[in-house]
Every structure is written in structure tokens, then in C-alpha cells.
Design a protein around this ligand. Structure first.
Ligand SMILES: Nc1ncnc2c1ncn2[C@@H]1O[C@H](COP(=O)(O)OP(=O)(O)OP(=O)(O)O)[C@@H](O)[C@H]1O
Ligand SMILES: [Mg+2]
Length: 274
């Protein structure tokens, strides 16, 4: 007899595998993300974070394993998954020629929502972009562009959002603004899965942190659980708590190696969904 789990996880990943030719990037990834929580996926360059996010957002097909998002199977119910999510990619999707407001109106129109102008104005206000709303997005700073990008991804109130490296390239002030935005989202009940290489970002934001390394999740826990993996280093009588960076480097190794080549017999194919 199975015990039903309440509430059901917003994202459930079981045994996901993905190879690109002979590069075995994901070798059996398992994770659950609780509804309304912030989950950080940490990993070195090339670990496969974007690959996993693309599979979960139905842009790429897995070779093996299953994943559900908001209760829908990514392989067999991709349309339902797409309606339940938004994806803010590693590279902002903002149209530089349009103004900030026009970008928002365009997305609201594409989603067939009533009163796109009102939706745009509400989001501009929420992201402190009202004054800049009439300016071409090409003139925005990196932080403003990121905020606009995230605002665009919220149109239609998707219950699950994927943020692939939401603060890469931002200055400390802009990062804090994006962090505040993400925290507000989770407080409002949105489930957030973000990828990051910034360990302090995971420390600041995430309810749970998973480390993706050599194709699998090698650790998954709260910040306190991950810190407990390393003993506090004692210096005379003062105990020094390990930082998340200490834990990460100890688990992954200082070199942060990437995905391993697969053997010729298990090589998969690159199946792009679209
Ligand atoms: N379409 C593709 N074809 C071939 N190889 C790919 C493809 N997409 C990703 N890869 C390879 O898969 C590995 C994982 O890439 P991925 O982009 O998922 O890493 P990542 O963890 O997001 O890295 P980063 O931190 O640099 O963004 C890399 O070695 C990458 O070169
Ligand atoms: Mg990436």
C-alpha cells in the first residue's frame, strides 16, 4: 500500500538521463520540489543544470526517466506543463527595440489575456520599473533587464517558474533586487526552481539545495543539512562553521569537473522536442 503524499511535490524528477552523442550529461537525476518552495540546483559549468531545466520545461526530451511538473508528465503532457510554467533562461528574452511596457503587453497578448495594458502597468509597478516603462529595453541596465525578464515570465501567474541563473552578470545591488523578487514569489505560493553557480545565492534564497555533479544529484538538503556534512573546524576555542562554499568544494572538488563521456554502447541521441 502506498501512502499518498500531501501536498504533492510541484516538481518530481525520477531517474532522468540525457546524453548528447557520447556525452552522458544526466545519469539518473532524482529530486522533488515542494509546492511553494525555492529549490536551488547547484553545479559547475557544464554539469547539466540547463539541460535539466530544458527537459522540465519540455524544450528537450529525456532519454530515460520520468518527470512531472504541477502534476503533469513532461513527456506525455507537454502542453499542460507549458501552461503551468514559465522559464527565464540564462540569456534574457527581452526585446531591446520595444519599451519595457511594450514587452509586457506583447507577452500578455500572446497569452490571450484580457487587458494587457493593465497587466503591464501592474508588473512595472511591482518591479519598480514604472518610470522606465516607456523607455526602450535596450537602454536598461542589466538588473532592470533581468527584472523585466522575470516580470514577463510571471504574466498569466504560472504556479511553477524556472529561473536559469537569474543573477549572472548582475552587480550586488541588482542581485539583491532579484532575490527580493524571488522571495516574494515564493511567499505568494509560486514554486521556484533556480539554477545558480553562486553559492551565496543558494544560501540566501533556497529552502532546499541540490548539488548536480557528474550526472547525478550528489547531495540534496536544507542549508543546515548540507553544512552538517562538514565538521566545524576548531580554531583554538572558536568553532568556525563551514560555509556552503566549503561544503560544495569538498563534495565537488576544487576543479569542478563536468559531465563524463558515456561509453560507446550507451551513447544516447540528441532529441530536441522542438
Ligand atoms: N544541444 C547540445 N548538444 C550537445 N551538447 C550539449 C547540448 N546542450 C548541452 N550540451 C553539453 O551538455 C553539458 C551540460 O550543459 P548544460 O548547459 O546543461 O550545463 P550547465 O550546468 O547549465 O552549465 P553552465 O553553468 O555553464 O550554464 C555541457 O558539456 C554541454 O556542452
Ligand atoms: Mg546553464
Amino acid at each position: 500500500m502506498t501512502t499518498p503524499q500531501f501536498p504533492a511535490p510541484a516538481i518530481r524528477v525520477q531517474g532522468i538521463q540525457k546524453s548528447f552523442q557520447d556525452l552522458h550529461v544526466l545519469r539518473g537525476v532524482d529530486l522533488d520540489v515542494a509546492a511553494g518552495s525555492i529549490f536551488a540546483l547547484l553545479g559547475s559549468n557544464g554539469a547539466g543544470k540547463t539541460t535539466l531545466v530544458r527537459i522540465l520545461s519540455t524544450l528537450l526530451k529525456a532519454d530515460a526517466g520520468t518527470a512531472t511538473v504541477h502534476g503533469f508528465d513532461v513527456a506525455t503532457q507537454p502542453s499542460e506543463v507549458r501552461e503551468a510554467i514559465s522559464l527565464t533562461g540564462q540569456f534574457a528574452a527581452v526585446d531591446e527595440i520595444l519599451t519595457g511596457r511594450e514587452n509586457l503587453v506583447l507577452v500578455a497578448r500572446l497569452r490571450h489575456l484580457p487587458d494587457p495594458g493593465a497587466i503591464a502597468d501592474e508588473l512595472l509597478a511591482r518591479f519598480s520599473l514604472t518610470d522606465a516603462g516607456g523607455r526602450r529595453a535596450g537602454t536598461y541596465s542589466g538588473g532592470m533587464r533581468r527584472r523585466l525578464d522575470i516580470a514577463m515570465s510571471l504574466i498569466g501567474d504560472p504556479p511553477v517558474i524556472f529561473l536559469d541563473e537569474p543573477t549572472t552578470g548582475l552587480d550586488p545591488q541588482a542581485r539583491i533586487e532579484v532575490w527580493d523578487t524571488v522571495k516574494q514569489l515564493a511567499q505568494g505560493g509560486t514554486t521556484v526552481l533556480l539554477t545558480t553557480q553562486y553559492l551565496d545565492e543558494a544560501e540566501q534564497l533556497a529552502d532546499r539545495i541540490a548539488i548536480l555533479h557528474q550526472g547525478t544529484i550528489i547531495q540534496n538538503g536544507t542549508l543546515a543539512e548540507l553544512k552538517a556534512l562538514l565538521p566545524a573546524a576548531e580554531v583554538e576555542y572558536v568553532a568556525k562553521q563551514p560555509s556552503l562554499e566549503d561544503v560544495f568544494l569538498s563534495l565537488v572538488g576544487e576543479t569542478g569537473t563536468t559531465a563524463q563521456p558515456a561509453s560507446a554502447t550507451t551513447a544516447g541521441t540528441d532529441k530536441e522536442a522542438r
